[in-house]
Design a protein around this ligand. Structure first.
Ligand SMILES: O=P(O)(O)OC[C@H]1O[C@H](OP(=O)(O)OP(=O)(O)O)[C@H](O)[C@@H]1O
Ligand SMILES: Nc1nc2[nH]cnc2c(=O)[nH]1
Length: 182
């Protein structure tokens, strides 16, 4: 099920972002082309890995969680919430600070309320900064986090709670897939 993901990761191009070795891949960048079969493989694997019983909302973070969340939402009929990089100043909007290995900024959560049973999905976890920001916003909202699944785990980042991933990679001058969880 994940052969296409593994093969495309092991052959994807790398660039430097400062001192950070950044891999460029369709799932994490939408570049150069997102093949439907790859997206289908990833979301089918997520359906197998995630506990989808009694879930109110799928929560993703702008930007490269959106395409995965959209496909999963259509597959499961569970609505999706997108945590944005732009504020809307809606009532109950929750702002948090995001820091990754190469960037920082603000994230704004709307549309999640006390008692919502949510799952979190994202394309990659590296320093864990984005997940920690999202988790803190969901805690403020009073949501119940039922499961977390991230497509690509880069190293062993701690996000302050257990999470699932489909593949684990190590990155030097190229990507090495060191584990596949399904
Ligand atoms: O574990 P971390 O170090 O936080 O890195 C993981 C995050 O990095 C990317 O987000 P980013 O906001 O950089 O880019 P995007 O807008 O292309 O998703 C990616 O989509 C993850 O959310
Ligand atoms: N595409 C991509 N996204 C990331 N987010 C955090 N690290 C990376 C990376 O190396 N590549």
């Amino acid at each position: 099920m994940l052969d296409r993901l593994v093969e495309s990761l092991e052959t994807c191009p790398m660039v430097k972002r400062g001192e950070y070795n950044y891999f460029i891949h369709p799932i994490t960048d939408g570049v150069p082309l997102v093949e439907p079969a790859l997206l289908r493989d990833v979301c089918s694997a997520m359906v197998k890995v995630l506990d989808l019983n009694n879930i109110d909302k799928i929560v993703v973070v702008e930007a490269m969680g959106i395409h995965i969340g959209a496909v999963l939402s259509v597959m499961t009929d569970i609505p999706m919430v997108v945590m944005r990089k732009r504020e809307y100043k809606l009532p109950h909007e929750i702002p948090v600070h995001q820091k990754t290995g190469y960037s920082k900024g603000e994230l704004y959560l709307n549309g999640v309320y006390k008692g919502d049973r949510v799952i979190i999905i994202d394309d990659v976890v590296s320093t864990g900064g984005t997940m920690k920001a999202l988790l803190s916003a969901l805690e403020i909202a009073g949501a119940e986090i039922k499961d977390v699944c991230i497509v690509i785990q880069r190293g062993n980042p701690d996000i302050g709670r257990p999470y699932k991933s489909l593949v684990k990679i190590e990155v030097d001058d190229r990507v090495h897939v060191v584990e596949r969880f399904i």
